[in-house]
Design a protein around this ligand. Structure first.
Ligand code: KE4
Length: 438
């Protein structure tokens, strides 16, 4: 483990300067630019198991895992071998292949509510397609999402709550037409009264509620313990609206059958991504057969994709998902995550730093806050010390630990993380906290 000296990151700095000239923000996805934490993004050169290495040769214990997909660890030999073998037979056909059937059968077998599934190329494609399908199936245009819920970058999802707890959405990005954003209704997590009000104010106009059953984009949140998820299920049924579980992040992460199996709550549609592709671009949406049969060419709801179901990505997904079904896989993942979170909180207590954590399975977030618990987006935006998080994040980088570069993100433990990794991370946090509190 490197000492807590400032690292040599000269090549990352040079790469970032070069990248900024030709890529917006120097990155191909905004959060990678470290804007909310400051400092220079590390340009990575390699990743194996639970570690990543940057272009200056610095090594890090990795808790980003490519934002979730690398649940087996980076460069798992069986996944790499499967991809290599498949590539030699052709990367993409633009025609049906048997690997699509194999992965579809596996997904349907693992995710309890899915009867029919369609593969796409990202989580964003999955959610935008599921929303179009819900609108086509119900004949209704409006839908509900939650403040701080992130469902990818399709226009309708880039909306924040207007004034008041539950109201018409306002664009959260330039380029999203106000008239379109108005179809997006928003409410705080865990605020069932706000949801009921929206249905009362928009009678028979709401196509669906889309929700991350384990939110990971405001940091990890718990929507299950309070009964909130079940309330959403019951209300959608009563109102003739669809319940869409966006399990792009928590699917295959909090259990082999995702949050719906862990909690025993069945949505009408499920969106998947990240882990389903094992690191290659795969998304999927699926659910009740009567709904999915509305998708072209069976039905009138159009959706398409050049690279959807390509053999390379299908093989990476198959090699990954099949290994999640090993006996004790999730119990071990959760044990290590619980040990890590407890150690980080102990470190904060010892350093006199107020903090709480939310954890579901092998996804977690430590919040630097005086609050006793964090239950909605405003708890984070109004009551967490985001500046302190930035200092802690960069101090952990210097200690050789790579956390997600935002308080609004989740951390992920993989099967490749060892107890030695966990112990080293806890020790690094102790040094980092001492550094940033003096
Ligand atoms: P992608 O289009 O990035 O594959 O998936 C979008 C998406 C949909 N739904 C949920 C619940 C998600 O978490 C995501 C993407 N997650 C972010 C991390 N919070 C991806 C990282 C990034 O944007 O670079």
């Amino acid at each position: 483990m490197p000492s807590n000296q400032q690292q040599n990151i000269q090549q990352s700095e040079a790469d970032f300067a070069a990248a900024c000239k030709i890529l917006p923000g120097g990155v191909n996805s905004p959060v990678r630019a470290f804007k909310s934490v400051g400092g220079t993004p590390r340009f990575l050169a390699s990743a194996v198991g639970s570690h990543v290495q940057d272009v200056d040769g610095n090594d890090y214990i990795d808790y980003v895992g490519s934002w979730g997909p690398m649940i087996l660890g980076h460069a798992h030999p069986d996944v790499v071998k499967g991809v290599q073998q498949t590539a030699e037979l052709g990367m993409s056909f633009g025609a049906p292949c048997e690997l699509e059937i194999e992965l579809a059968e596996l997904v349907i077998d693992m995710v309890p509510s899915i009867e029919v599934v369609r593969f796409v190329n990202s989580g964003s494609e999955a959610t935008m397609s599921a929303l179009r399908l819900a609108r086509g199936f119900t004949g209704r245009d409006k839908f509900i999402k939650f403040d701080g819920g992130y469902h990818g970058h399709a226009d309708g999802f880039l909306v924040k709550a207007g004034s008041g707890a539950a109201t018409f959405g306002e664009p959260d990005s330039a380029g999203v037409p106000a008239d379109y954003a108005k179809l997006t209704l928003t409410a705080p997590f865990n605020d069932f009264a706000a949801i009921k009000r929206l249905f009362a104010e928009n009678k028979n106009e709401i196509a669906c509620i889309i929700v991350e059953p384990v939110p990971g984009n405001t940091g990890v949140m718990d929507l299950y313990s309070s009964g909130f998820l079940q309330q959403l299920r019951d209300l959608c049924t009563a109102e003739g609206a669809l319940l869409i579980f966006d399990e792009v992040m928590c699917g295959f992460r909090v259990g082999a059958g995702g949050a719906q199996q862990r909690f025993g709550i069945m949505p009408d549609l499920t969106c998947l991504g990240k882990i389903i592709g094992g690191g290659l671009p795969v998304g999927a949406y699926g659910g009740r057969e009567d709904i999915m049969r509305q998708i072209s060419p069976d039905g009138p709801v159009y959706q398409a994709g050049t690279l959807s179901g390509n053999p390379l990505a299908m093989r990476a997904g198959l090699e990954t998902l099949t290994r999640l079904r090993a006996a004790g896989f999730y119990e071990e993942l959760e044990r290590k995550t619980t040990k890590l979170v407890a150690g980080l909180l102990d470190g904060c207590k010892a350093a006199g730093v107020p903090a709480v954590a939310n954890q579901v399975g092998a996804m977690f977030t430590v919040f630097f806050t005086e609050l006793d618990s964090v239950n909605c987006c405003s708890d984070v935006s109004e009551h967490c010390d985001l500046a302190f998080f930035g200092k802690f994040f960069n101090a952990m980088l210097d200690e050789g630990v790579y956390l997600a570069p935002s308080q609004y993100e989740a951390g992920f433990v993989s099967a490749a993380h060892t107890d030695e990794d966990i112990d080293a991370t806890i020790a690094a946090a102790g040094r980092a906290l001492a550094k940033v509190t003096t």
